[in-house]
Design a protein around this ligand. Structure first.
Ligand SMILES: Cc1cc2nc3c(=O)[nH]c(=O)nc-3n(C[C@H](O)[C@H](O)[C@H](O)COP(=O)(O)OP(=O)(O)OC[C@H]3O[C@@H](n4cnc5c(N)ncnc54)[C@H](O)[C@@H]3O)c2cc1C
Length: 548
């Protein structure tokens, strides 16, 4: 009689991918830090890598997403509350990441690169909480414009640790900041903002205003203050809007709803009305876009780094699983086709890490090339990493088979998370058009970046050919807008190939150059179509019953 397997005897399942040091186990990250700097405090990186990869931290990440934030607009007696309640796991994760300094540049050499490494690790612990950390750091360059008015905010925004209490600035140990730009009728096009700001009382250097209007998306609504845009008499202007006033009263921010989102569930994203909220102007009236762009540029770097981190996490889970799972009597990782899939994924992770950390260095540098890289390559790298991530995570999820699709594994959560990086802080088209704008308006910077890439490409015939092809595309200025995605993608892939040729192991560099430049088979939507009647195709494809 055959002995049957007891049903509780589980075998041929991969062990959990936890209690792993996410820094120590990541050679791509270590290579990027060696190349770009920012790894001076190795002991801290090791410690944070161990913390973020610990079973305990990973479980906190799960809990913070399974118990999403809840908005309490009023108390039991009808008084406004405007509070969001978070699960204790969220607060614990915030404490861990703010203690490590993910929320503000430190004083170490290459601070943007050093912080990028922490952010890249923090997002592998839990993605949603990175939103307020990104916004707090990104607000700093704008707060510096306020002179002495901004000093206390800057000091407390840079303080390690987390203080979620609902108190005025002077009573807080540490603060976080958010951002409110997007309105119902326009997000990308902030000039369409209709929220109004009127000077409060006599106009004086204190620059107090009263704001009436709304924001359609305002994430991390329990931040201590927000940088917002509103129409002042002199035009669109940037304001600092505290949530709690100096006297301890709540400012007039009335939260209407929290968004029900595809992913990013541990993070609250609110709809808010300003019912005569108090705010302080930063910069001159009419200069709002110019002022807040410093914040937006920093957040775009974070989107790229965050996408690279999530890609790394997905790849690591996939490789780990393939190491342990046998299918048809053979361990998956040794099966040639699975090996090819995983290796192909690894190429893009290596490229995403290389590009985003090179971009971070350009934020730290002051050479002409660094300044040009920051301007030209921020939208390029944000576009490419954020666009690569969803397809890559889907493939990595598939490597885990059915388990990948189940919520108890983090892959499903990562999959729901990744598209947001491409949408917020400038969606794909907006990034590609920003590259075109930079080519036109900052043509010297663009020329410097392209000449540098071409110079580095010279020695390798396939890199050289790609640089020549890019220059041909760039020369066709009349078609820059329609070719915007192709241009952006080509810049990203060439820059990545050059970085990998410079510092990745030859197997990776060689495979990336062959697969992504020489025998190119895949591209993103928008760059595959090089000829044809787009209007006719769209007219055929559009949902006919919605056309007027
Ligand atoms: C989870 C989440 C949290 C958010 N949190 C915040 C927040 O805290 N603060 C905040 O201010 N905003 C926030 N946002 C809003 C977000 O930044 C915007 O949704 C985003 O910038 C896009 O703007 P939009 O929604 O108005 O889309 P639109 O601007 O209407 O864009 C729609 C599409 O059109 C494309 N497009 C735009 N212009 C052109 C063009 N000229 N040519 C071709 N295509 C074009 C875009 O790429 C996009 O694909 C959040 C969004 C999400 C999803």
């Amino acid at each position: 009689m055959a002995t049957s397997q007891p049903p509780d005897d589980v075998f041929n399942q991969s062990p959990p991918f936890e209690d792993v040091n996410l820094y120590a186990g990541d050679r791509a990250l270590q290579r990027a830090l060696a190349r770009e700097g920012g790894g001076s405090d190795e002991a801290a990186l090791h410690a944070f890598g161990a913390l973020t990869g610990s079973a305990e931290a990973q479980d906190l990440g799960r809990l913070a997403n399974e118990h999403p934030p809840l908005l309490k607009t009023h108390d039991a007696k009808g008084h406004r509350l405007d509070r969001v309640e978070f699960h204790p796991a969220y607060h614990a994760i915030m404490q861990a990441s703010t203690q490590a300094g993910v929320h503000a540049l430190g004083d170490e050499p290459c601070p943007h690169v050093a912080r990028a490494a922490k952010l890249y690790l923090a997002i592998q612990m839990e993605a949603g909480h990175v939103c307020p950390l990104t916004m707090t750091n990104a607000a700093l360059p704008v707060l510096f414009r306020m002179g002495s008015d901004g000093e206390a905010w800057i000091t407390k925004a840079r303080t390690p640790g987390y203080d979620p209490r609902h108190l005025p600035l002077q009573d807080k140990r540490a603060v976080t900041l958010g951002m409110g730009m997007t309105e119902k009728q326009g997000g990308t096009d902030v000039r369409a903002n209709i929220t109004r700001a009127e000077p409060a009382g006599a106009r004086r250097p204190g620059r107090q205003y009263t704001v009436v209007g709304h924001k359609w998306f305002m994430s991390a609504p329990m931040s201590d203050a927000f940088l917002i845009l509103a129409q002042a008499p002199g035009g669109l202007t940037c304001f600092l809007m505290p949530r709690i006033l100096e006297d301890g009263r709540a400012n007039a921010l009335h939260f209407q709803r929290l968004k029900a989102k595809l992913g990013n569930r541990s993070n609250a994203s609110s709809e808010v009305e300003f019912a005569g909220a108090h705010a302080i102007a930063i910069g001159d009236e009419g200069e709002g876009t110019k002022v807040i762009i410093d914040m937006v540029t920093e957040t775009r770097l974070d989107c790229a780094v965050a996408s690279a981190g999530l890609m790394r996490s997905a790849l690591a889970h996939a490789i780990h699983h393939a190491h342990h799972r046998r299918v048809f009597q053979n361990v998956l990782i040794h099966q040639p086709l699975m090996m090819h899939v995983l290796a192909d994924l690894a190429l893009d992770v290596e490229a995403a890490v290389a590009l985003s950390f090179r971009l971070a260095r350009s934020f730290d540098g002051s050479s002409d090339l660094d300044i040009a890289w920051k301007r030209i390559m921020t939208p390029v790298v944000k576009y490419w990493t954020c666009k690569t991530a969803p397809a890559l995570v889907a493939e990595a999820m598939e490597c885990l088979g059915g388990n990948g699709y189940v919520e108890e594994q983090p892959l499903a959560r990562i999959y729901r998370e990744v598209p947001v990086n491409s949408i917020w802080e400038g969606s794909g088209n907006v990034m590609a058009l920003d590259v075109v704008r930079a080519l036109r308006r900052q043509s010297d910077s663009a020329a410097l970046v392209v000449a540098d890439l071409a110079g580095r490409a010279k020695a390798e015939p396939r890199l050289h050919a790609a640089a020549m092809a890019l220059q041909t595309l760039l020369a066709d200025t009349a078609r820059h807008e329609q070719n915007a995605r192709a241009l952006t993608e080509d810049l990203a892939v060439l820059a990545a190939a050059i970085l990998l040729a410079q510092s990745a192991p030859p197997a990776i560099a060689e495979a990336f150059i062959s697969a992504r430049l020489a025998d190119r088979r895949c591209a993103f939507y928008g760059s595959r179509i090089t000829s044809g009647d787009c209007a006719a195709i769209l007219s055929e494809a559009a949902p006919q019953n919605t056309l007027t």
